[in-house]
Design a binder for this molecule. Structure first.
Ligand SMILES: *Cc1c(COP(=O)(O)O)cnc(C)c1O
Length: 364
């Protein structure tokens, strides 16, 4: 018997999404690094990406990439979180490529790669204002690029990249992409050869691509979100890009079971303090309404705004760690205890659910 809550990963829909994303990128000379971190590093999803034309598999967690290597999947692996010095041994063993932003780490990497008899390829990150990782000072970026190229025997400077729209909410505009290409050209002049890779960002960098404004030279995007959530991604929901409607929004869905279905008041009865998370909440009195209590909660998916019930008229009205309450008064369907309700998922819900050992995963 199927166990709930159940996460359903539909590989056909995922691959259709990935093929579309890869095709958008390939049309303008860009290759895709398929980012699998949101699925907690599912190797089957890495294989979907490869079948769909991705040239690298990438993740922010080395554990995910270890799994990909151990599954015998033959594709260059890219570590997209700046590595810890304490994980460099593993990095060299597992990944062919990594993003880097610290000379100290690069020096350590060169020593360890030499010891291991390997040549590790790096993409130096330029911080174009989003203020997470990367060199904020362009002269420092160029000096370190030159240093890696001239002084390091076991680290190869493959290119440069940037990341936007993560901490600082900075939009990857045409100007930002041009700035990255300009930096690359300065480095190419300094080292006297072409860089192999200019990595223009993540899903949000589809914005300049959709606008036909991606400058020549950008030849890699590192894409996760778009392939998994499709039109539930921010670039559809926040920036209104209808191109995303070409993708499925249900390649990964959640099913949960109703454990109570009753008519109850909508306003709590008694003296009100705080809820399960110490929050003071406002409750609107809408009289008596029918509700369903589901056997899953914030411990599974995080925020109630990130799960979307696929039951007409239903609305998630609240949740604690292990319970989720749905208002089902306006549903045409008659919901009873034991019924299963399906949810579409936003990015952080997928991130949380795939990482939760209490959620069963079914792959179809
Ligand atoms: C997470 C991440 C990505 C992928 O981001 P999506 O929004 O999922 O496409 C790309 N690059 C870096 C450095 C990341 O951390």
């Amino acid at each position: 018997m199927k166990k709930y809550p159940a996460l359903i990963v539909n590989h056909e829909l995922l691959k259709e999404n990935m093929r579309q994303v890869v095709s958008w990128c390939n049309e303008v000379g860009i290759d895709v690094a398929g980012v699998i971190k949101v699925t907690n590093g599912m190797t089957s999803v890495a294989e979907d990406y490869i079948e769909s034309g991705a040239k690298w598999v990438a993740s922010s967690r080395i554990e995910h990439l270890i799994r990909v290597k151990e599954a015998g999947i033959d594709i260059p692996k890219l570590m997209i979180r700046i590595p810890m010095i304490s994980e460099l041994d593993t990095l060299i063993e597992v990944c062919e490529y990594s993003l880097q932003s610290e000379l100290r780490t690069l020096k350590e990497l060169n020593i360890k790669a030499r010891e291991a008899g390997k040549l590790h390829k790096v993409i130096l990150m330029a911080d174009l204002g989003d203020l997470r990782e990367g060199f904020i000072d362009v002269d420092e970026l160029i000096a370190v690029a030159e240093y890696v190229d001239k002084e390091m025997d076991s680290v190869h400077l493959a290119g440069i990249g940037t990341n936007l729209g993560c901490y600082g909410s900075v939009i990857p505009t045409k100007d930002k992409m041009n700035q990255l290409v300009t930096y690359a050209k300065r480095i190419e002049q300094a080292i006297g050869r072409k860089l192999e890779i200019i990595s223009g960002g993540a899903t949000t960098s589809l914005l300049p691509l959709f606008d036909g404004e991606m400058p020549d030279g950008i030849n890699m995007l590192r894409i996760g979100c778009a392939s998994f959530t499709g039109p539930l991604d921010d670039i559809r929901t926040c920036y209104g890009r209808t191109e995303m409607d070409a993708l499925h929004d249900d390649s990964i869905t959640l099913e949960a079971e109703v454990i109570e279905a009753k008519i109850k008041p909508t306003h709590p009865i008694g003296e009100l303090g705080v809820d399960a998370f110490g929050q003071r909440r406002k409750y609107i009195d809408r009289g008596n309404r029918k509700r369903a209590v589901m056997a899953l909660g914030r411990a599974d998916y995080g925020d109630i705004g990130d799960i979307i019930p696929q039951l007409e008229g239903a609305e998630v009205i609240g949740a604690s760690g292990d319970h989720t309450i749905l208002d089902i008064e306006d549903c045409k369907e008659h919901i009873v205890v034991g019924d299963i309700i399906r949810f579409k998922l936003k990015y952080s819900a997928i991130l949380n659910l795939t990482g939760s050992e209490n959620v069963k995963k079914y792959e179809i």
